[in-house]
Unconditional design. Structure first.
Length: 427
């Protein structure tokens, strides 16, 4: 079965004609702020989610406080497409809640001629791979790419048997129904997997808090300073870094992520041998930004920004590194005023209290810590597995939807200079 078989069966031999979007949509109007005292919901560029294709937030405006870009009046079933950074594919269908709202001039408003096509026909077509390719070829500007409304409306779309509107709309409705079903399935799966992940996270957090709470048994709260000293790498100056290089240099903004700066091998070897450097398994923590974020040092060659990324020197004679790692997730960092801190100082770290089971029996203490770690490792593995599988599964369903969307919307291409009928393909 070839790619057009289902479409051909659905079309049943009818002609398909390509029209520029401008020919199947109506003109829209701008609001005249000088002539109205009414309030309107304002749909800014950030109001529409790139992921869900839904309006997530609006503001209410009137003539006295409306931004200069608040100009385009929209109606129910209009399709909005963002013309700034167009390949982000920010678009949505206006539902009844936003009928009469005002959209930013950063949107192209597509209001279909209802006797020719359906709003969702347009919606699915502008989500297609062909339309995205068209945007890439026709947008202008590198730093802030954009495409004009006119260019958007120049894009040609297929209309089956336009001379028979009733049949044409029925064919469009059937294809839209199938594509909507795929969209709903993808959204449902995403919701189910997200709910499963959230449940596992709550379960993990519950057991972590219980296991590290030590409400019963022989436990003593010790300061982190009792375990060891706070250490950090030698300061790296800006002129010692580059965009490419041998050794990743992690700053607070890239800690636990991908590096965007590097230092030379020679500098690394010199500083590693002369100054403090973490041992494999020791726990690096962020002292600014997201306070107390923890990463287990895996021993791979890397360097870390002084004062912003630190670690507790730990020979594991009193506390296991992995136990420390899990504790950091719930640590109550010692802040004298009880407020929110912008930086975690060495003194904060050293005074922070950690529960240590059987502190006077080192062997038993480490065994109990290892038991707690083993349980938390299992929950962490399960949570991580779901967390990694979630985007993969969603991506798979999204690709499946995109395949069928492009298949169902695949008609012979319209040549430059005018529309092309489906029957022309055989010529």
């Amino acid at each position: 079965m070839n790619d057009f078989s289902y479409v051909e069966k659905l079309l049943d031999g009818v002609e398909v004609v390509w029209f520029p979007i401008s020919e199947v949509t109506e003109r829209t109007t701008n609001i005249k702020w000088r002539e109205t005292s009414e309030r309107h919901q304002y749909i800014d560029l950030t109001s529409v989610s790139v992921d869900t294709k839904k309006i997530i937030e609006t503001t209410e405006v009137k003539a006295s406080n409306a931004p200069s870009r608040a100009q385009k009046l929209v109606k129910k079933d209009d399709v909005l497409f963002a013309t700034t950074r167009p390949t982000q594919m920010r678009y949505c269908l206006i539902d009844e809640e936003y009928d009469g709202a005002v959209a930013s001039t950063g949107y192209c408003v597509l209001r279909v001629k209802r006797d020719v096509t359906l709003p969702k026909w347009i919606l699915h077509l502008i989500s297609s791979s062909d339309f995205k390719k068209y945007l890439e070829e026709n947008q202008s500007g590198s730093a802030y790419p954009a495409i004009s409304d006119a260019k958007v409306k120049d894009f040609s779309i297929p209309i089956p048997c336009p001379d028979n509107p009733e049949k044409s709309l029925a064919i469009q409705a059937e294809i839209v129904r199938i594509l909507d079903a795929f969209t709903a399935m993808t959204a449902e799966l995403t919701a189910e997997l997200t709910a499963e992940l959230n449940m596992r996270k709550k379960q993990y957090n519950y057991y972590r808090d219980q296991l590290l709470g030590f409400e019963e048994g022989d436990v003593e709260w010790k300061t982190l300073g009792w375990i060891g000293e706070v250490r950090m790498c030698k300061r790296i100056m800006k002129n010692e870094t580059s965009d490419i290089g041998d050794i990743p240099f992690f700053k607070i903004g890239t800690f636990g992520k991908e590096p965007n700066a590097y230092i030379s091998r020679d500098t690394f070897e010199e500083y590693k041998s002369k100054y403090n450097y973490p041992r494999v398994g020791e726990i690096l923590i962020s002292a600014s930004g997201t306070i107390g974020r923890a990463v287990i040092f895996n021993g791979e060659d890397a360097y870390f920004q002084d004062s912003n990324i630190v670690w507790l020197e730990n020979d594991e004679s009193k506390v296991l590194n992995k136990y420390l790692f899990y504790f950091y997730q719930i640590a109550n960092w010692n802040v004298s005023d009880g407020g929110v801190i912008k930086r975690l100082y060495n003194d904060n770290i050293k005074k922070t209290l950690i529960p240590v089971p059987y502190p006077n029996e080192p062997e038993r203490s480490l065994a109990e810590q290892a038991r707690v770690v083993a349980i938390l490792d299992k929950f962490d593995t399960l949570t991580t597995s779901i967390q990694e599988g979630l985007p993969r599964e969603i991506e798979l369903r999204q690709k499946q939807y995109e395949y069928y969307r492009d298949l169902l919307l695949s008609f012979p291409a319209s040549p430059a200079g005018g529309p092309k009928s489906h029957s022309d393909e055989a010529a």
